[in-house]
Design a protein around this ligand. Sequence first.
Ligand code: ZN
Length: 140
Amino acid sequence: MNYAGLVEEILKKYKEELGISDEVRVKIKKYKTRSAFINLKTKTIFINENLLELGEEVVKYLIVHELIHLKLNNRYHSAEFNRILYTYISPEKASEIRGLIANKLMTIMQTSKTKIPEPRPKSTGESAFNTTPSGKLSGA
Ligand SMILES: [Zn+2]
């Protein structure tokens, strides 16, 4: 399925519905724990690629949700936020979709747990060199 086309279509439609004239970009990436979020400064929506396969209604929910954050220019899920959201997606549907998303994210986390965790790319080498006296040996 052409997700990029679907995303663009939904984005265009709901930007119009919400009266948003700014240029909004959407980036699709794989995340383990996040569903979607928006950078209000760059007006860029990030969507978890793993959730696209849940179907058009989920994609619509994610995009509409983030567009409302942009419209209100904050990240709060206020009464006003929900009022707008529920004009496009009923509360029942929204709660069903949140359930689907939560299940999917849970599955992703469980699947990734079975793998051997990669060593964290912390700057351990650098800090060890700076803090341990033995680090000086290589230079001396
Ligand atoms: Zn939100």
